[in-house]
Design a protein around this ligand. Structure first.
Ligand code: ZN
Length: 198
């Protein structure tokens, strides 16, 4: 009786898998596993390292702006915000994406508000200053369009922030979504952007 059970067990362990094809030869119908695509492929390593280095507060929105100027960089706009607007923390946005006139075309500059994880000064609205990450593209998109490099950097940055802060694409919004303003301008390709986000 014991021998019989043992034989039966052997049959189950060794013979049946051979008959039906063992697990290692099974062809899955699931799509092939893709390794995570590199994030921030166009973002310099230094910036990525800077973004990853600290804990973040619970952000809910990503708010997109334009500078409504032809040129600028984080230093010059931060100086303007500090001296002319009287904002002691300087640059009101968390990130600035250059257009080649001031900083490089598509260059992402990380503002000190992001590094300190403090409220923004970009929304004109306390809910969105407190819970919204402000990304500003240099340019006036009421009369012009963002450069391809700016859009590429914006897509990578938003993709990164969505994952890092767990922000749904419904909460990737424009300044004019919640406030009476033209920002980020009528030529900002918002629909195209949303279509390319996850
Ligand atoms: Zn704005």
């Amino acid at each position: 009786m014991i021998k019989c059970r043992w034989s039966y067990l052997m049959l189950l362990i060794f013979i049946v898998p051979v008959m039906y094809g063992c697990a290692s030869t099974h062809v899955s119908t699931l799509p092939a596993y893709k390794t995570a695509r590199p994030q921030l492929a166009v973002v310099p390593y230094g910036i990525k390292k800077e973004l990853n280095q600290f804990k973040i507060r619970p952000w809910k929105y990503i708010v997109i702006h334009h500078t409504a100027s032809d040129s600028g960089d984080a230093a010059s706009i931060g100086k303007y915000h500090k001296e002319k607007r009287g904002w002691v923390n300087g640059l009101g946005y968390d990130f600035l994406i250059g257009n080649g006139n001031g900083s490089r075309d598509g260059q992402i500059e990380v503002g000190s508000r992001w590094n300190k994880q403090i409220d923004g000064a970009h929304a004109g609205n306390s809910e969105y200053n407190k819970h919204g990450i402000g990304i500003c593209l240099v340019g006036n998109f009421d009369t012009d369009r963002p450069t391809n490099r700016q859009i590429t950097s914006l897509l990578h940055l938003i993709d990164y922030l969505q994952k890092r802060c767990n922000i749904n694409k419904d909460n990737v919004i424009m300044h004019k979504t919640f406030r009476k303003t033209v920002c980020p301008g009528k030529h900002f390709p918002y629909d195209m952007l949303l279509a390319r986000l996850k």
